[in-house]
Write a protein that binds this ligand. Structure first.
Ligand SMILES: [Cu+2]
Length: 134
């Protein structure tokens, strides 16, 4: 390979890295939460207050995870949360913690949203094997 090839490859890798960084961390300025290690199912608390915080949750594919929606606001917008991939639609009472159990079978992105699809969040399921654990 000549120098031009290497430059093209390097530029391509940089672009991929930037895109991943942008979508995972920068696009919404959100924290990334992951379930505590060793818990089964892992639990992640998501605060609902005019949006989801964190709006990005990383889990392991094939493992059950409990998302606990802690709703603080009284807006009718956020009173329901929907997980289309899991056929889940749940009412979230204000001032209460509502657990939702999911098991993302495959690695990938699983969106969740309010009943009107105005607030959005994402569960990213990673392939558990990539971190040396089955
Ligand atoms: Cu809404």
């Amino acid at each position: 390979m000549n120098t031009t090839d290497w430059i093209v490859i390097a530029a391509g890798l940089a672009a991929i890295g930037w895109v991943n960084w942008y979508f995972f961390f920068a696009s919404r300025g959100v924290a990334v939460a992951a379930p505590a290690v060793g818990g089964s199912p892992g639990e992640v608390v998501i605060t609902v207050d005019g949006g989801y915080s964190p709006a990005l949750v990383r889990v392991k594919a094939g493992r059950p995870v409990r998302l606990i929606f802690d709703r603080k606001d009284t807006s009718s917008c956020s009173e329901e949360v929907v997980f289309p991939d899991f056929g889940i639609r749940k009412f979230l009472p204000t001032g209460k913690r509502t657990p939702i159990d999911i098991t993302p079978a495959e690695p990938g992105r699983y969106e969740f949203m309010c009943g009107m699809s105005m607030l959005h969040g994402t569960v990213i399921a990673d392939d558990g094997k990539s971190e040396g654990e089955g």
